[in-house]
Design a protein around this ligand. Structure first.
Ligand code: SAM
Length: 284
């Protein structure tokens, strides 16, 4: 994630993180206002609670839940009891506690909008590093002007944006299999229709001189995202910035590259700021 930030415009008024997920990118961006959006309503409700409640209230709630349900690296029953409590009451802060103790810290709901990720036995817990990250995250949320919305990207209102603003998109990737791709998790899935609708939205932003950046993969485990490749080829002002160090614009089309590797890209409608070359002592 952090390697993306140098590719973003240097001055941003409003920053929109349209598929914010864990907010990992947006939270690190320097902008006057941050707008986070994700169609996973329960996640957005958790972030809103972080903003509305005091830091002490949030940390106190987490500690009380951990002791009430005796959560630990091994107490699966306690985890399941908290999961049942969350699924019936939907206290937004309980979602954070569940994610902390769940398998791979994944956020997974079923079609009844019940959190259904299994227990992270011997692996996942609320440790001091997680607590410190949470504190830093909440402090940052409280010191900036921030807004959370739970829209489908199709319904997001971009009408207030202008050329000083920036839209970052990290949607589900069409050719990989994230937990949100199949449409069986209680929220709309991601297929060719959504992919094309998003690319149309980005074309609209471009026509209004609003800068955007799209994270994606052009190739993954032998599959190609033809829709995305064609879109880039048909828009000569869009730039493909390769994130894997072994690719560059010059070798992108060569035939001898590893067909199974993931080709991670950031597609932008602007020339990213020139990267400052960093030398070590013995390069000089
Ligand atoms: C690749 S993840 C984003 C990861 C995020 N950038 C991060 O740093 O954690 C994709 C996100 O898109 C959200 N999403 C999927 N379909 C969506 C839609 N139609 N509208 C808005 N958000 C959607 C998912 O809930 C998920 O959080």
């Amino acid at each position: 994630m952090p390697q993306l930030l140098p590719l973003f415009p240097q001055e941003i008024d409003n920053f929109v993180d349209l598929f914010c997920g864990g907010c990992n990118v947006g939270i690190n961006v320097k902008a006057n206002k941050l707008f986070f959006n994700d169609n996973l309503l329960f996640l957005i409700e958790m972030y809103r609670a972080f903003v509305e409640k005091s830091l002490d209230e949030t940390l106190g709630h987490i500690d009380r839940r951990i002791s009430k349900f005796e959560l630990s690296l091994t107490n699966e029953n306690g985890y399941k009891e908290l999961r049942n409590a969350y699924n019936s009451e939907k206290n937004p802060l309980d979602l954070f506690v569940l994610i902390a103790f769940s398998f791979n810290h994944q956020i997974r709901f079923n079609n009844n909008h019940e959190f259904n990720n299994p227990f992270g036995r011997e692996r996942s817990c609320y440790n001091s590093a997680m607590k410190e990250n949470l504190i830093n995250f909440i402090i940052r949320l409280k010191e900036i002007e921030v807004n959370f919305e739970a829209n489908d990207f199709e319904n997001y209102d971009f009408s207030n944006l202008n050329s000083d603003d920036f839209v970052y998109c990290d949607p589900p990737y069409l050719i990989t299999c994230g937990t949100y791709n199949d449409g069986k998790r209680g929220f709309k899935g991601w297929g060719k229709t959504e992919e094309k609708q998003l690319l149309c939205k980005l074309d609209e932003l471009d026509s209004k001189n609003i800068k955007f950046a799209l994270s994606n993969v052009l190739e993954h485990k032998g599959k190609e995202n033809i829709i995305l490749k064609n879109w880039v080829e048909n828009n000569s002002n869009y730039r493909v910035n390769f994130l894997n160090s072994n690719y560059s614009n010059s070798n992108y089309h060569t035939i001898d590259r590893d067909k199974n590797a993931s080709m991670e890209v950031l597609i932008t409608n602007y020339e990213p700021p020139k990267q400052r070359q960093e030398y070590s002592l013995f390069d000089l």
